[in-house]
Write a protein that binds this ligand. Sequence first.
Ligand code: AN7
Length: 352
Amino acid sequence: MMPWKGLINHYREYLPVSDKTPVVTLYEGHTPLVPAEPLNKITGLQVFLKYEGLNPTGSFKDRGMTVAISRAKEKGARVVMCASTGNTAASAAAYAACGGLKCVVLIPNGNIALGKLAQAMIHKAQVIAIDGNFDDALNVAKDITANYPVELVNSLNPFRIEGQKTAAFEICDFLGDAPQFHAIPVGNAGNITAYWKGYKEYKEAGRSQTLPKMLGFQAAGAAPIVHKRVIAKPETIATAIRIGNPASWKTAEQARDESQGLIDLVTDEEILQAYHLLAEESGVFVEPASAASVAGIIKLAKAGYFKGHAEGRLVCTLTGHGLKDPQTAMKDLPKPVVVKADRQAILKLIGI
Ligand code: AN7
């Protein structure tokens, strides 16, 4: 087998690149599909976790960023900009560093996970905290990039969606076909758009035979698509998807409707339960937003949605790594007990 050299090199024929495109890559993609026994029991399906936290910067954003930054560089851009709840910023900062471009990131002040901020900073992006939420930050990023020589690398940039669709290709390559269901968190709605595009293109190319039903999940306090209206002040513990006016709203609805799937909401409590279940019973550490997809399939299973699909395959995208947000992980958990390096004291604590 050829060594993996990133998704542009692997899926070049499906991507908007040419021999002239300078490939800016950190060898992203090729993430594992981990079987999830505890979720099989709950859903009656065969559940696989597409563990996107194992990308170079710890989230699925790297798939889109390798294409967006490569094309920006090809075009001769010097500066890229994004608004971000954190992961896009971390990814843009890393790929801009790799490609030798300047990167400016606009983040909602006080509402991004610690690890993501650290990533943007260490890669020397210029980090600007906006007195407002993600939607406010995106509006000003769109305004600046439309009027000045600065490339927008949010998922409004079509190259981002192109790169992200390769996750669907990998799933089909791994399973031999598309799964019956695909569950995914929805924030700005670029990723559900990208997966659906990927599944359709792979089928058209004869590389898969079927299409999945797309199951998207928003956080209850940030569920504009479910409520069919812009949410002015979105709120959720899952800061990555704290978005009230998704850029790819229409194409997310298309993915839902064409696939005969659904977009539903899950509460912060359900998200946290799924978050801990994954960590404690599957050994998989994700950030809270990623657990929304798992919370969603548990909710659907309880409502009987999967009845009649016994053993069908479901893939759940786990969008970001748990290490992104250590503060949420440790919240409400007891601190380690401190004792002397003493055998008896330790045996007593572990009950032996
Ligand atoms: C872990 O980084 O919007 O529906 O600015 O970081 O494609 O937006 C992140 C989104 C899910 C939602 N899970 O994906 C950003 C940003 C994680 C995320 C989503 C995000 P989209």
